[in-house]
Design a protein around this ligand. Structure first.
Ligand SMILES: Cc1cc2nc3c(=O)[nH]c(=O)nc-3n(C[C@H](O)[C@H](O)[C@H](O)COP(=O)(O)O)c2cc1C
Length: 190
């Protein structure tokens, strides 16, 4: 089985990528295939609202990494989506992913697939709960199955890149989120 890990941070090796990777490591140890789609190294342009996709099911924008993203979404059995808190919301990069997958609505690439959410902000109550809600709402809007972590998704407080790697409890919670998603996905497969 295959999991797709999406990180919405533009910052390579930042806290979000660290937690998404920790989560994906649990999948690897359980024999899953893992794929990363990190927005620090992939470009998804914002939706331009032409709605060509409504009829054709294809997006008019082709000069970015959206084709690879749709292949990854189609072939995965589960998703982990992470974003830093930016202005108490997901990053613009992740929102572009959400909007651009509107083009695949008819194909239901995410429908019936379990997914978990991860967020990191520098503040205490800095908007992490909003980000988790936005990600889980996205999954719901695509017919995906939002899976909780130890709490409601994984919420961390960290700022400088690597800060979160010093927080053993958050790393443990990343593993718990993975374990819950694996349990859902494997039950669905049976
Ligand atoms: C443009 C911008 C907006 C931010 N807004 C918030 C915010 O609203 N709340 C918060 O707690 N942290 C905010 N932060 C801090 C980041 O969430 C924090 O540094 C996080 O660790 C970055 O994750 P990354 O290392 O994965 O990039 C903001 C950072 C930037 C660059």
């Amino acid at each position: 089985m295959k999991v797709l890990g999406i990180s919405g941070s533009p910052r390579k090796d930042g806290n979000t990528e660290s937690l998404v990777r920790e989560c994906l490591n649990e999948f690897v140890e359980r024999g899953w295939t893992v794929s990363e789609f990190f927005l620090s190294e992939n470009t998804i342009k914002p939706c331009i609202g032409c709605e060509i996709c409504v009829e054709s099911g294809c997006c008019a924008i082709t000069d970015d990494d959206a084709a690879r993203l749709s292949d990854e979404l189609e072939s995965c059995d589960a998703l982990i989506i992470g974003s830093p808190v930016y202005q108490r919301n997901v990053t613009a990069q992740l929102k572009a992913v959400f909007d651009r997958t509107f083009a695949h609505k008819k194909r239901g690439l995410i429908a019936g697939k379990p997914g978990g959410a991860i967020t990191v902000g520098r503040g205490e109550g800095g908007g992490q709960s909003m980000v988790l809600s936005v990600i889980y709402n996205y999954l719901l809007s695509c017919g995906g199955l939002p899976v909780p972590g130890e709490l409601n998704g994984l919420s961390a407080r960290a700022d400088k890149p690597g800060d979160v790697l010093l927080q053993g409890n958050r790393l443990k919670q990343a593993r718990v989120l993975a374990q819950n998603v694996i349990e859902y996905a494997e039950k669905l497969k049976r």
